[in-house]
Design a protein around this ligand. Structure first.
Ligand code: FE2
Length: 392
């Protein structure tokens, strides 16, 4: 079967008259069996077909990857030792690909091969089975992993729904433009500069998209109002951080993003909202996110203001820091980051900065925030200032 992929659709079931085969709740789960030895492969194929699965088989690593790319799979049963590309490499590639990372990979190893198991764990394998197969064990593990995979997909879909809502909000507000896309790039770059962990950087990037998701609950009459807020409207606008928290909190994967959503309008001196947190009581990622959010707002054009050059934007942020609104230590690092990565003194726009750092080039038009006068950033007890500053 060299170079072939074979598909067994409920192969064993067809041998049973009367439909008495006990199909697990597979909903036509598709399983790929990868092994260069036809006899080993056929054993697994026969056992899985008996369980009612749709089984495909491949006899090499490249064939396995081609098969995965071709069709939607629910699990891969993968031999470790194969000529050419071994099972570890196949698994590593599957787990690195956003499209295939959720497919469970079960390694087939020799009994008590501890090294093989450790290596399998390193490359992201989900489980292990030993030859010869125990049918009950194979059945139980495959059923469990297929079930888990579908739960993970549902979770993945839930995340995608949240990102879609966030994008809808962005498009609903003509002043926001591609602000979020740039925040994702800045968040990633500044997070790396600070030496944050991978998960923290991911949270920062997700925060770029999701920080204002709560605006979905703000009436158009407030969100899109041209002119100043009344105190009541200002109170409504501030609710967006709490609404956003409520939307994202049920998802465990959002655990690290929720503090950014709730606290991205706090101020170092306690004059922000919603909780008036002071100093390092403000979650670190919310502090980090706030700096990139403000910087991007300053360095991009708004309906009522030009795009400030990086040095001017940094100077304005420094003034705010001296006023007590930002963490001085973090602001110093952010200034160094912009200088180091963007060469602020020699550049006139943030767009040029992005080009220098080989980050995605942002659109120039955008959003309407400024750190000092954006309504979201105003203390609740200063609606007069808000009225005088709001210009969109
Ligand atoms: Fe906000």
């Amino acid at each position: 079967m060299q170079g072939q992929i074979t598909n067994h659709q409920n192969h064993a079931a067809s041998h049973f008259s009367g439909g008495c085969v006990n199909h697990p709740n597979t909903e036509s789960a598709r399983i790929l069996v990868v092994d260069d030895h036809p006899s080993s492969r056929m054993t697994a194929v026969a056992l899985l077909s008996l369980e009612g699965y749709e089984v495909l088989e491949a006899d090499s690593g490249p064939q396995a990857l081609a098969c995965v790319a071709r069709g939607k799979l629910d699990l891969v049963l993968l031999d470790v030792m194969m000529p050419g590309m071994d099972g570890y490499e196949v698994c590593r590639r599957l787990k690195q690909d956003e499209q295939t990372r959720l497919i469970p990979v079960v390694f087939v190893t020799a009994l008590d091969d501890r090294r093989a198991r450790l290596r399998g764990i390193e490359v992201g394998g989900d489980d292990f089975l030993t030859k010869p197969f125990d049918q009950l064990e194979l059945s139980a593990r495959v059923k469990s992993l297929v079930h888990q995979k579908r739960l993970n997909e549902d979770l993945d879909h839930a995340e995608q729904v949240l990102f879609s809502i966030a994008r809808t909000i962005e498009s609903r507000d003509p002043n926001t433009g591609d602000h979020c896309e740039r925040l994702v790039s800045y968040g990633q770059a500044f997070g790396r500069y600070l030496g944050l962990s991978r998960s923290q950087i991911r949270d920062l990037m997700w925060g770029g998209y999701l920080h204002d998701i709560g605006k979905v609950g703000i009436p158009d009459s407030v969100l899109l109002k041209i002119g100043s807020f009344t105190p009541a409207e200002w109170a409504v606008m501030q609710q967006h951080v709490l609404i956003g928290e409520q939307i994202c909190q049920p998802l465990r994967t959002m655990r690290g993003v929720v503090p950014i959503i709730r606290h991205h309008h706090e101020r170092w001196d306690g004059s922000g909202y919603p909780d008036g947190l002071v100093g390092d009581d403000i979650p670190l990622l919310a502090q980090v996110f706030q700096l990139v959010d403000i910087y991007d707002a300053l360095t991009n054009e708004r309906p009522y203001k030009p795009a400030y050059p990086p040095e001017e934007a940094l100077a304005m942020m420094q003034q705010e820091t001296e006023r007590g609104w930002r963490n001085p230590e973090l602001m110093a690092k952010f200034t160094a980051f912009i200088h180091e990565y963007c060469g602020a003194s020699s550049l006139s726009t943030a767009e040029a900065c992005f080009q220098r750092t080989e980050l995605p080039t942002p659109a120039v038009h955008d959003d309407a925030k400024t750190p000092a006068n954006h309504p979201e950033n105003q203390p609740a007890n200063q609606p007069t200032e808000v009225r005088s500053q709001r210009q969109f």
